[in-house]
Write a protein of this length. Structure first.
Length: 178
């Protein structure tokens, strides 16, 4: 039967500690990440410098005090217009099941939009049937938002709109771009 003395145990423990420490030091030196050049941050354009292509992508739209039947939220997809490369085209999606009273006459859950951006000002025309103009959008890119927030007013222009239809404030926030 082999017995270890206290001295042998301590020497063995020291050797193990030194071996582990040396292994950690060597391993740490091999796995340290190499310094990398910092990736420059994407410049945030001023509102007036935002380009049409910066608006391509998906947006959430929130309406403040929408008319009865119009949901307070919608989703807007914007892309390059098929015929006019410096213009926008897209689709507005509304969920009318979320509002009491059904929907606003003259408007559908899915509408087409086309428009332009000029000097930070966004103008969109909305059509619920692809033929008639049913709403107009006038917005402005928010300074300091890098083109990801637009605020303005939506106006009901459908044939069912009351003659004194109020402007409805909206805020658009880009959720994804391409």
């Amino acid at each position: 039967m082999t017995t270890f003395s206290t001295r042998q145990f301590i020497v063995g423990q020291r050797a193990l500690f030194v071996s582990l420490t040396l292994l950690l030091v060597l391993n740490n030196g091999m796995t340290q990440p190499k310094p990398q050049m910092p990736v420059p941050a994407k410049a945030c354009p001023a509102a007036q410098q935002v380009q049409v292509q910066d608006l391509h992508g998906q947006w959430t739209v929130e309406f403040t005090s929408p008319p009865r039947g119009l949901p307070a939220k919608a989703t807007l997809q914007l892309q390059r217009h098929a015929e006019y490369s410096e213009s926008l085209a897209g689709t507005l999606l509304r969920d009318f099941s979320t509002v009491p009273g059904g929907k606003v006459p003259g408007h559908s859950p899915r509408a087409q939009v086309v428009g332009d951006l000029e000097g930070g000002l966004l103008m969109l025309d909305e059509s619920s049937n692809g033929i008639n103009l049913t709403a107009g959008w006038d917005g402005k890119v928010v300074d300091g938002s890098c083109g990801e927030i637009i605020q303005g007013v939506w106006k009901d222009l459908s044939s069912d709109a009351p003659p004194d239809a109020a402007d409805v404030p909206f805020t658009m926030r880009q959720t994804s771009g391409w």
